[in-house]
Design a protein around this ligand. Sequence first.
Ligand SMILES: *[C@@H]1O[C@H](CO)[C@@H](O)[C@H](O)[C@H]1NC(C)=O
Ligand SMILES: *[C@@H]1O[C@H](CO)[C@@H](O)[C@H](O)[C@H]1NC(C)=O
Ligand SMILES: *[C@@H]1O[C@H](CO)[C@@H](O)[C@H](O)[C@H]1NC(C)=O
Ligand SMILES: *[C@@H]1O[C@H](CO)[C@@H](O)[C@H](O)[C@H]1NC(C)=O
Ligand SMILES: *[C@@H]1O[C@H](CO)[C@@H](O)[C@H](O)[C@H]1NC(C)=O
Ligand SMILES: *[C@@H]1O[C@H](CO)[C@@H](O)[C@H](O)[C@H]1NC(C)=O
Ligand SMILES: *[C@@H]1O[C@H](CO)[C@@H](O)[C@H](O)[C@H]1NC(C)=O
Length: 620
Amino acid sequence: MLAAALLHVRVAYSQPAMAVRRRSCCLLLLLACSSCFQGATGIYDAAISQCQQLAPSPSLEKFVDKLPRPKVIRISNAKQITIGAFKIQQKLHRDLPPTTLYAYGTNSDTASYPGPRIEVIQNVPSNIRWENHITDGKHMLANDESLMWANPQSGGIPIVTHLHGAEVHSSSDGHPDAWFTAGGSHGSTYTTQNYTYPNAQPATMLWYHDHAFGITRLNVLAGLAGLYIIRSKEDPPAWMPTGKFEVQLVVQDKQFFFNGSINFPNVGDSPALHPQWCPEYFGDTVLVNGKAWPYLEVKPQMYRFRILNAANARVFELSMDNLSFTQIGTDQELLEKPQSLKTLTIAPGERVDCIVDFSTAANSEVILRNDGQAPYPEGDPAFSPESTRSVMKFIISKANSSTQTQAAPVPATLREPQSLVSSQNAKEWRRNFMFEMDDSEGNPMSSLLSNLTWMDPVTETPHQGAIEVWEFINLTPDAHPMHIHLVHFRMLSQQEFNLTLWREGACQLNDSSCFLGAPSPALAHQVGPKDTILAMPNYVTRVVMQWTAHNGGAFGFDVSSGPGYLWHCHILDHEDNDMMRPIRVVADVVRPSAMVSMGARRQLSGALRLSFLLLLVLFS
Ligand SMILES: *[C@@H]1O[C@H](CO)[C@@H](O)[C@H](O)[C@H]1NC(C)=O
Ligand SMILES: *[C@@H]1O[C@H](CO)[C@@H](O)[C@H](O)[C@H]1NC(C)=O
Ligand SMILES: *[C@@H]1O[C@H](CO)[C@@H](O)[C@H](O)[C@H]1NC(C)=O
Ligand SMILES: *[C@@H]1O[C@H](CO)[C@@H](O)[C@H](O)[C@H]1NC(C)=O
Ligand SMILES: *[C@@H]1O[C@H](CO)[C@@H](O)[C@H](O)[C@H]1NC(C)=O
Ligand SMILES: *[C@@H]1O[C@H](CO)[C@@H](O)[C@H](O)[C@H]1NC(C)=O
Ligand SMILES: *[C@@H]1O[C@H](CO)[C@@H](O)[C@H](O)[C@H]1NC(C)=O
């Protein structure tokens, strides 16, 4: 079934002692893209891929900088505020010269990486005018112009800001083609840079970042990312640590030159096709809130940590010796029940809300460690050096009875049980295949969703109100964090299949013939309402969502108008090379008849079992 025509790209460069290729067994597909071959001119004869061979960053002493807390912009009314993107210099480590960055802020003096933390109030719309003050003619990081990208005719750096996880009209969603430059050029779907966010969704931590077509990986790595917190009367609840005991952590990896500049590859794995593009960018230096391996002094008591993985491609598996995390929330809201985890697995785009109780670790130091392999999950030693094994350090003060507040325990129930959308009533069951196109050397050239590019006509056209199940069928060797704009979803199940058998055309993924076992429910770190989910290789990952507002009702705006929405892999290097597809929501309303009251636990497991049954029936 798989038209596995081997692609023999004329690789025009000689291959001296190159790094061992990452993948031995790959899907070799025919890439029907004649323009892609025009690059094979032989000018890369001497070019050696830098994807796995970036010069190491200067060796920096860890835990010498205090964890920065970005400035806060509080928005409590509809008055418009302006946030611009500026080119700045910022010190990212005590011993590293200042780094040139692109950063958000209200002016060039206060712009910072990460950007200011925006705090808004639930149901109070915020109006933000986004401006572009980056006047560079060319991007400071190697921009591969062989990819489809914004490509402003008169030069400049295109930007457009997406509020990740927001329920928002598509003209304020930061559509990739709605980019604009400092010089006034703009993309095909640009209508305004005055965005309105209704904030009519549960209290949570979203994040804003650049989403410009084909250069998102460069703009985000350059610094265009910040946090956006929706507060409500119920959040934070009385028991929860607040004020300085609520700490946001924005985690990213980067690699540096000795002069402090970001080191980004400028020769790709497949330079005949894509001169600069690399399948994933991994840096050897871990930054939190814009400092390399910072430390934070804490009291021996409970803290709330809200963690964002803002990396291009690195999945973090966070842990601490002798301490655990009590996860209380996920991408989109609080969990119903807390769960104690030794390890937090967090992929690019995902957020985790958790409590850490330092009271058992008074007068000690604890390292926040990372055991995630890169690429995830198998890993390549080139991308997982020892330096990436630690993230930051907590220095816990001595117990002091005069100052220590009695830690209230985390309640057993965090919020009222909610109605869950049931897959039984799914109007649409979408099977999305995730491909990797490789050259004859086994180097990935692009990653595609259902073998379609961003430019292909829209195929995901959910009806407003409809319940849908989406399957992410991962045929690649790596895990992909899949992000869907506008709505939230829940993971329904994941199920392993025999890729070898499938590749031989000996089985199907729309019946039970390929699967290696029964569908299994979401793992601990995958529960709850999410907007980004890590789809593992050789697995079908199923999510269920309803195309309604978060509260199950109608959207507070015309969801079918404007440039529309999208879904994509949140590995930014994949998103930029075609692992991104449009979504158009169709206006006619399908009655949301399918809400299943989950008040009773019994009903929940019954409904889930039923959906699995339905699945098996469908497939037999
Ligand atoms: C992917 O698309 C190309 C061109 O559209 C086609 O030639 C190829 O057979 C497709 N591959 C698969 C696996 O469907
Ligand atoms: C956007 O906001 C600016 C600044 O407030 C204002 O001058 C402009 O008219 C607004 N544009 C639109 C299209 O609303
Ligand atoms: C920093 O060093 C790199 C590598 O030597 C060089 O390519 C780059 O131009 C330098 N950047 C600046 C701002 O000097
Ligand atoms: C963990 O706790 C044990 C027992 O209290 C202690 O002996 C050990 O040193 C701790 N490990 C670390 C890394 O702090
Ligand atoms: C306890 O905290 C108070 C207030 O911060 C401080 O004055 C005092 O010295 C501390 N005591 C000890 C034993 O650290
Ligand atoms: C997958 O299928 C191949 C080819 O039939 C077979 O050799 C292999 O044992 C299967 N793998 C598993 C885990 O069942
Ligand atoms: C599964 O897909 C194949 C083609 O890929 C098709 O022929 C078959 O009818 C499908 N089966 C079901 C149950 O949808």
